[in-house]
Ligand binder design. Structure first.
Ligand code: 9MG
Length: 279
């Protein structure tokens, strides 16, 4: 495993005393995440949520303008830019690193011009023009695995061997980015919990966290917060999955994950502080 993770304006140690797991807080700027009061109210709501996460000790804020829940329809480029970019500009200089969750090359370009520290692509930079959009910058790139697309991915997920197939996909995408001349220190991988996977597939991948890191040579981001894999084990509805999600985050970090993507920032920050103190 390499020694650092180049993260835009930041540089995260991956080895030695400086290594610690980072908390990425989820900031959805989608119509289902605020009461329908128009653009100004949406911006105010997002900024209030971001400020609360900063108080709670978040390291990275991941801003997304398109819902990626199973069955979600795509949004237009214009809508996504209108939702995301004002939030990026408002949060950029408040302290935490800024990530933008998008698979659209034009959103990637605008976000990079605005100075974001990470592009988080659930599509693994497969869209035509995505690699070109991110090549000449220093932002981190999260390569996530997804089978199918958000509208269809949970209809019939199927693998001969989920871990082998996810590793093969991630390696292929890493190679595509490296062949384009991108510095490997900018890359991380993500198994994409819930993206075209059954509960069994998700836990097979969670248990294989160490293998995914070893076989790709990349740091790993885990996003399992409040997902159905937490509900399946706890029996809890989505609004009562915080404790289960913290348990999942700790399981990922204990096996080597360097970033956890979460809704419940305060609880996760505390849990990781205790976990870190015990190392
Ligand atoms: C946007 N998004 C929703 N879930 C995610 C996950 O698990 N990982 C990443 N990287 N992004 C996600």
């Amino acid at each position: 495993m390499r020694s650092t993770f180049q993260f835009g304006r930041f540089n995260y140690p991956l080895q030695g005393a400086g290594r610690r797991p980072r908390v990425m807080g989820i900031l959805n700027v989608t119509p289902d995440s605020f009461s329908d009061g128009g653009n100004y109210q949406a911006l105010e709501f997002a900024l209030g949520h971001a400020e609360a996460m900063i108080e709670e000790g978040v390291d990275i804020i991941d801003i997304g303008g398109e819902s990626t829940r199973p069955g979600s329809p795509p949004v237009s480029l214009e809508d996504e830019l209108q939702r995301v970019m004002p939030v990026v500009y408002a949060l950029r200089d408040l302290g935490p690193a800024i990530s933008v969750d998008t698979y659209k090359p034009q959103v990637m370009r605008e976000a990079i011009i605005a100075g974001v520290d990470m592009i988080n692509d659930i599509n693994g930079f497969r869209a035509c023009g995505a690699i070109d959009a991110v090549r000449d910058s220093d932002c981190a790139l999260c390569i996530m695995h997804m089978q199918s697309d958000p509208q269809h991915m949970q209809l019939a997920p199927s693998y001969a061997d989920v871990v082998d197939e996810v590793v093969a996909f991630l390696r292929e995408r890493i190679d595509a980015l490296l062949e384009a001349g991108i510095d490997p220190r900018r890359l991380c991988i993500d198994p994409g919990f819930g993206f075209g996977k059954t509960v069994e597939h998700n836990y097979a991948l969670l248990k294989a966290t160490g293998r995914l890191i070893e076989e790709t040579g990349m740091p790993l981001l885990a996003g399992l917060s409040r997902k159905s894999m937490i509900g399946a084990v706890t029996g809890k509805p989505v609004e009562r999955r915080a404790a289960g999600s913290v348990g999942g985050a700790l399981a990922a970090v204990a096996q080597g994950a360097i970033i956890v993507r979460v809704h419940d920032v305060a609880d996760t920050v505390d849990a990781l502080k205790v976990w870190q103190a015990a190392q």
